[in-house]
Design a binder for this molecule. Structure first.
Ligand SMILES: OC[C@H]1O[C@H](O[C@H]2O[C@H](CO)[C@@H](O)[C@H](O)[C@H]2O)[C@H](O)[C@@H](O)[C@@H]1O
Ligand SMILES: [Ca+2]
Length: 749
């Protein structure tokens, strides 16, 4: 086995005023990478002999013993029972990285995983012996953590480091939570202003020949137009194209903008430049989903905010709510995402819950009530103008559908996504593929059947579930349990907020009025209570299926209930629209159909049907599981006191993520195959999987999965959290718990 070369270290004198050694020896072991690797003093070997008290493998084994688990799932590189403290290693970054990669990354993908066939052991030199003694780092997890730490050290320009062993054998639950808190959120945060327009405007989905940065500013924000025009003038190298949006946004306009796709402006706040004393604008930050999704998304943002709130990043969650209010004010809706080609469509609505959760954290602060008032007014406007208006409202049932306007072929999908659909038309018109798309998009070629296909396709994308056989060719006609649960939640949240926070009187100013509403009229909670009551009746009538013990979508065109079994049935629990009896029926009858080794399936295998070459897998069908489905189901089950079920599902999801994180070099991806115990992150359906493609160390994870991880850790109990840290499969864990219970009971008698 190779020994990593080390050079003799003669530490240079510390700069004047620099501390010679830190107060406590275990200080900062788990600091974020920037703090850890930029602290010069930490990486000089002046502290040979200093030891760190850490969360060692040893204590993990002790925990397992306490839990009655005899056979640990995975042992670290050394049994430290004889080692009271963790080590530090003296490492030359570049040569060690090279040896590590050439020896252990045998498939050359810049990650060390269980699929690499190296010896899985590397010798490092200890700092305490000034490099004389050696110690073996063993196993995929420690070696991949070493790769990650060295990659970070290199990024921060370090040639030599003193690395705490505790960063290599850290409890994986702690490590992943820490990565999310200290690195991933930051990696996903964007702010649109001069400081970062270059990064924020970048769009990996831009299909045009000249993907230059472009920003569209709404008419109602002239100060932003002036601001960006100045940025473009002062920094010509950016090639920033600043465009003012026309007053009226129509499907024709959006279609015609497709040749010049661009970012849409979001909220900015005024700030005084401390140097010049002059007023300037600063973008309100937001979190993007990750991968190729580099803009503010609708429902991803809600899910992300749950994780941000766990990590006390309240300002960021608040800022995302404010950005949503800006979108409703200037674009008429919370957009699918803030790019020009998304202007006609929305995504599943979560604004009231998001605003209330933020308000709950800031209610003692000045301005909190105004924040809540603005958010609720924006939600009321969105409710009336988007969700219970034409074309989304079905006047017969009174229920709503995903049914956005739009024209032509959605441009943001992967090239080739619609080839199989368009090919027959291309043949029929005897032209090239490009000629047909151009002719059809411009309206010169008329194909009503295709119009219908794309109306449903747009609806699928608005639903957030793109794509699934549940929705193919029918989505725009479906009153889904998803959307109607969310609207019931809007109605009950608005009613409660008006009653409890605004003393049952909320003035609706002109800018929030829709249709024939009187400016400045006062709304009380009663009308919202009535709306909720009416929706519940309609949901019970059209969507509930007593025999199956779950909710289904309702086809408003064919006037019949659908039969596709979807995990969105549990959204009814999240929203509180199910009666206790309906909830109990769902737990007994529906839940078992959706539960897989890694958590909840998004749909059942039976509903998806046979797949093959002619009928390929869809990413929102069996066997895939998605973070938002898990989050909403756990919260809903909790709401109805099905604590055990919520904990069990959360455990399975967290276990799957933790195991993939440990075995695959810290990976966190957009979605998982929840039936795949070994490599659940391998999903190649449709768009592939976002979040896989990193070199050395993951920087972002994926927004809603990051959130589901830290939110889920709040759902499971402390005992479960410890068991997750030792990668104990659920079956092993529950067996031990039951055996212990039986033992305790026997001792009682
Ligand atoms: O480009 C294809 C589609 O990509 C988006 O959908 C997927 O990612 C979104 C961001 O994480 C997520 O909100 C959505 O649920 C996913 O299916 C986009 O939203 C679609 O409009 C787009 O067609
Ligand atoms: Ca590899």
């Amino acid at each position: 086995m190779p020994i990593i070369p080390t050079t003799e270290i003669t530490p240079p004198a510390p700069p004047p005023g620099a501390p010679r050694s830190r107060g406590s020896t275990d200080e900062g072991v788990f600091d974020d990478a920037r703090t850890y690797y930029t602290a010069d003093e930490r990486h000089l070997n002046t502290r040979a002999g200093a030891r760190t008290r850490t969360y060692s493998q040893n204590s993990l084994f002790k925990q397992m013993e306490r839990m009655g688990l005899k056979e640990p799932y995975r042992r670290g590189s050394h049994d430290e029972s004889t080692i009271p403290h963790s080590r530090r290693f003296l490492i030359q970054v570049e040569p060690t990285l090279q040896s590590l990669q050439s020896q252990e990354d045998t498939d050359g993908n810049m990650q060390i995983t269980i699929e690499d066939n190296g010896p899985k052991v590397l010798t490092l030199r200890t700092a305490a012996s000034n490099g004389h003694n050696r110690f073996d780092i063993r196993g995929t997890y420690m070696l991949s953590n070493l790769l990650q730490e060295l990659s970070l050290a290199k990024e921060y320009g370090r040639k030599q480091i003193i690395l705490d062993e505790a960063r290599l054998n850290e409890n994986p639950v702690n490590r992943l939570s820490r990565m999310i808190r200290d690195h991933f959120w930051e990696g996903l945060t964007r702010r649109i202003d001069a400081s970062s327009i270059e990064i924020a405007a970048r769009d990996p989905k831009d299909w045009t020949d000249d993907p230059r940065p472009r920003i569209y500013v709404p008419r109602g924000a002239p100060e932003q137009y002036e601001y960006y025009t100045k940025v473009a003038e002062e920094r010509p190298e950016l090639r920033l194209d600043v465009q003012l949006l026309p007053e009226k946004i129509t499907p024709e306009l959006v279609r015609d903008m497709n040749s010049k796709p661009g970012l849409l402006a979001v909220d900015m706040e005024e700030e005084v430049d401390p140097k010049t004393g002059k007023k300037t604008l600063k973008g309100r930050p937001f979190v993007v989903p990750g991968g190729r999704f580099n803009e503010l998304y609708g429902w991803d943002s809600y899910m992300e905010s749950l994780g941000l709130l766990v990590h006390d990043k309240v300002d960021l969650a608040k800022s995302m709510v404010q950005n949503f209010c800006f979108c409703i004010k200037h674009y008429g809706k919370i957009l699918n995402a803030t790019r020009s080609y998304y202007l006609c469509r929305s995504q599943p609505p979560f604004l009231t819950d998001m605003a209330l959760r933020v308000y709950d954290k800031i209610k003692h602060e000045p301005g909190a009530l105004d924040f809540l008032r603005t958010s609720i007014l924006a939600a009321i406007k969105e409710y009336h103008s988007v969700w219970v208006a034409e074309p989304r409202l079905d006047p017969v049932t009174g229920l709503s559908r995903y049914r956005p306007e739009g024209l032509g072929v959605p441009p943001e999908t992967e090239a080739g996504h619609f080839v199989h659909i368009l090919e027959p038309y291309v043949k029929k018109h005897g032209c090239t593929f490009e000629e047909f798309v151009e002719g059809y998009n411009s309206g010169r070629i008329k194909e009503p059947e295709l119009d219908d296909y794309f109306m449903h396709d747009r609806a699928v994308r608005e639903s957030g579930h793109d794509t699934t056989y549940r929705f193919e060719g029918c989505c725009a006609d479906l009153a889904t349990i998803d959307l109607n649960s969310l609207l019931f939640k809007y109605e009950t949240d608005i009613a409660r907020t008006i009653r409890n926070v605004f003393h049952d009187k909320l003035v609706i100013p002109a800018e929030y009025c829709v249709g024939s509403m009187e400016p400045n009229h006062v709304e009380a909670s009663a009308i919202w209570d009535r709306r909720a009551k009416r929706r519940k009746l309609a949901i019970d009538k059209y969507l509930w299926n007593e025999q199956e013990g779950m909710y289904f979508d309702y086809d408003t065109a064919n006037r019949k209930q659908c039969s596709y079994e979807s995990a969105t049935t549990f959204w009814a629990l999240w929203a509180g629209v199910a009666s206790p009896k309906q909830a109990a029926a769902m737990v007994t009858k529906a839940l078992p159909k959706f539960e897989a080794v890694g958590g909840l399936l998004s749909g059942t295998e039976e509903s998806r049907g046979e797949i093959g070459l002619e009928r390929p897998n869809r990413q929102w069908d069996y066997p895939y599981g998605w973070a938002p489905q898990q989050i909403l189901a756990w919260t809903g089950l909790y709401r109805y006191s099905f604590t055990e079920e919520a904990e069990r599902l959360a455990y399975k999801w967290l276990f799957m993520i933790t195991k993939a994180f440990v075995d695959f070099n810290g990976v966190v991806v957009e979605k998982y195959d929840v039936t795949r115990p070994i490599d659940p992150h391998r999903v190649d359906a449709e768009y592939g999987n976002q979040g896989l493609d990193f070199k050395g160390v993951a920087k972002e994870g994926f927004g809603w999965v990051n959130a589901s991880y830290v939110y889920g850790l709040q759902i499971v109990n402390a005992h479960m959290r410890r068991a997750l840290g030792t990668l104990t499969p659920y079956e092993t864990f529950i067996k031990a718990v039951e055996e212990n219970k039986a033992k305790a009971l026997a001792e009682l008698v």
